[in-house]
Design a protein around this ligand. Structure first.
Ligand SMILES: Cc1ncc(COP(=O)(O)O)c(C=O)c1O
Length: 397
């Protein structure tokens, strides 16, 4: 029996092989520092956990409306108004099992086979896979470090064709940490305003994780016509340290929200009732707890970048958001180190694992072979020790 074409089209995760190898080595007792975390290392704040307990005590354990509880949709609408200046009716919000499902739902209601979706590289690896699952064609907009890894609106316009269905924008960005300024977002919006049939999927999941005075700005706030075709994606995972609870959401025009609600009703029925209840608590109180987490990330980022300044054979790209730093390892490509031919970041990641005692994510999975990604969602002690190991390993060849 053959696998479906859809299943065959999905690429296995490149990071899985290196993670599996790292886990095996760890189990054998090897001392490793992993810079791979794609989630905060903090526990979910107590006030949210208490909210979940209350949900259980109250018996809030049944199916909910497919697109989310009225209370949570109301809290999200309030958040979007307060934080982003965006006015949505609760009926325009669809709550899902993480922002990942919100992205998938958005693409499902937009993309027909053969439609093109523009993705900015380096990109979060899931975008291209979801587009392919929906029968769409990812069109990659390359950015370079010299451009600050930011998309150039002219380049964007040159990639728009009659087949373009959507553009995915992700700020703050995974894996670069790039945060677009309000002016930069406005320049992108000004181009897209001309293309009424092009939707904008704005992945704002790292919204709260911005440092050094940077501010997040949602493209949906640019104009009513841009808002009408923007899908604002956000969720509880990163800012509230709630990755395992699986609550994400999308806010968009009514007809798309209604379609996503129907789709979801057949796919997963509804997101977890207890997690939804706790998310209302998360969104409506406890701002100080989040501020503390953000401050911790800001300090770790500064520490990591300070340590990385000692490196001679590679350098760091300094983004201002999320919890990632990319290392430019292009100087090694085409060379042989520790007896290994280096053709890309996967090879560097293997050397760092075998010889350096650190685990990093090779950025081939984000569309570029010249970088590895480090997460700073780990303790200061491990950041210092891990970065020193990387420098010792790579500068020492
Ligand atoms: C850019 C980006 N968008 C979306 C997500 C998905 O978040 P969630 O856990 O809410 O599905 C992630 C998670 O790593 C991410 O990095």
């Amino acid at each position: 029996m053959e696998l479906s074409k859809r299943a065959l089209a999905v690429k296995p995760s490149l990071t899985l092989a290196i993670t599996a190898k790292a886990n095996k080595l760890k189990a054998e007792g090897k001392d490793l520092i992993a810079f791979t975390a794609g989630e905060p290392d903090f526990r979910t704040p107590d006030y949210i956990v208490e909210g979940a307990k209350e949900a259980l005590r109250k018996g809030f354990t049944k199916y909910t409306p497919a697109s989310g509880t009225p209370e949570l949709k109301k809290a999200i609408a309030h958040k979007l108004f307060e934080d982003n200046g965006l006015e949505y009716q609760p009926s325009q919000i669809v709550v899902s099992n993480g922002a990942k499902q919100s992205l998938f739902n958005s693409l499902q209601v937009l993309v027909n086979p053969g439609d093109e979706v523009i993705v900015v590289e380096p990109y979060w690896l899931t975008y291209t896979e979801l587009i392919v699952i929906c029968g769409g064609v990812p069109v990659i907009l390359h950015t370079r470090e010299e451009e600050g890894f930011k998309l150039n609106p002219k380049k964007l316009e040159s990639l728009i064709s009659p087949k373009t269905k959507a553009v995915i924008i992700n700020s703050p960005n995974n894996p670069t940490g790039v945060v677009y300024t309000k002016e930069e977002i406005e320049a992108i919006a000004a181009v897209l305003e001309k293309y009424e049939d092009v939707a904008i999927i704005s992945d704002e999941i790292y919204e709260k994780l911005v440092y050094n005075g940077h501010k997040h700005y949602s493209i949906a706030a640019y104009s009513p016509s841009i808002k009408e075709r923007t899908f604002v994606i956000n969720g509880m995972s990163k800012a509230y340290a709630m990755t395992g609870w699986r609550i994400g959401y999308v806010a968009c025009a009514q007809k798309f929200a209604t379609a996503m609600g129907s789709l979801q009703s057949h796919q997963t029925s509804n997101p977890n009732s207890i997690a939804q209840y706790a998310s209302v608590v998360g969104l409506t109180s406890g701002k100080e707890v989040m501020d503390e987490m953000v401050e911790t990330f800001q300090n770790r980022r500064a520490l990591m970048l300070d340590e990385l300044k000692h490196a001679k054979s590679f350098h760091a790209f300094e983004g201002d958001g999320a919890f990632y730093v990319m290392l430019n390892i292009s100087g090694f490509i085409g060379k042989e180190i520790y007896g290994k031919q280096i053709n890309g970041a996967i090879d560097i990641a293997e050397v760092l694992l075998d010889r350096g005692g650190v685990v990093v994510i090779p950025c081939e999975c984000f569309g570029t072979a010249n970088y590895v990604r480090l997460s700073y969602a780990l303790s200061e002690k491990d950041i210092v020790e891990g970065v020193r190991r990387i420098i010792k390993c790579l500068d020492g060849v």
